[in-house]
Design a protein around this ligand. Sequence first.
Ligand SMILES: O=C(O)C(=O)C[C@]1(C(=O)O)C=C[C@@H](O)C=C1
Length: 282
Amino acid sequence: MKIAFLGPHASFTQLAAAQLFPNEELLPQASILDCFNAVENGEAVKAVVPLENSIEGTVSMTLDYLYKTPSIKIEAEAVMPIAHHLMIHPENAIKNIERIYSHPQALAQSFHFLDTHYKEIPKQDFSSTAAAAKFVSENPGTPIAAVANQFAANLYGLKIINRNIQDFEQNHTRFIIISKEQNTYQNDQLETLGEKSGMLITLPEDHPGGLHQVLSVFAWRKMNLSKIESRTLKTGLGNYFFFINVEGPWKEVLHENALKELESLNANVDFLGNYKEFLLES
Ligand SMILES: O=C(O)C(=O)C[C@]1(C(=O)O)C=C[C@@H](O)C=C1
């Protein structure tokens, strides 16, 4: 089975995908959009993409493509500890770094460190931390650095000059397995953190109490929400869709009635699945 992931090799997403699918063929992709496309056009059966980080928040591209591609559902979530290191080509001097490359999430998670120690040095977004590390390794004569993980330093032969530069000790990223199937991913080898349902909700029209009405569907049934995120619909300022997680295992009558009530409120619901959350190693 082919599993797409945000590459190249040694990205954080690959570290997650390798633990979730140790015996499957992993297909590196250049972007999160390419991961969704690979699943959509059948090139891969599933993909692993980042959804949310505990320091920097939601990976908005993932939310946007979940919304734009209703055929794609969530099969599982996996949480992985994240440690960032600053690395250079071993032939280069530490002193004269002229540019620092990384994924925008990694640069944001290390913002205060980089701002304190490398304030004047321009930071530049790259498609992933591993792509930035690979670029540094391919340009030995250029005074550049990358923020990436230990595996990227090893794989691309880079020298770590600052370790654990993330701004908060607790740094975790939540990844999701996406697919067009509604199979729920199972893995007895990994620790299970819990179970949840995920859905994307668009309110019928902008009216007072619209969101309150939607949330009351869950509230009076005592269904606990573990995440609610609003994201622009891109149809004009003030228009949003909501990503909602309901905590706990699927309970047929409770969940189905809640979904029916949402429908009767004319809310548009794209049910993403009922799935487990696993814990991964860094
Ligand atoms: O750039 C990578 O290595 C990724 O896998 C992406 C990503 C993300 O988008 O959040 C994954 C984990 C870290 O939070 C930083 C970057």
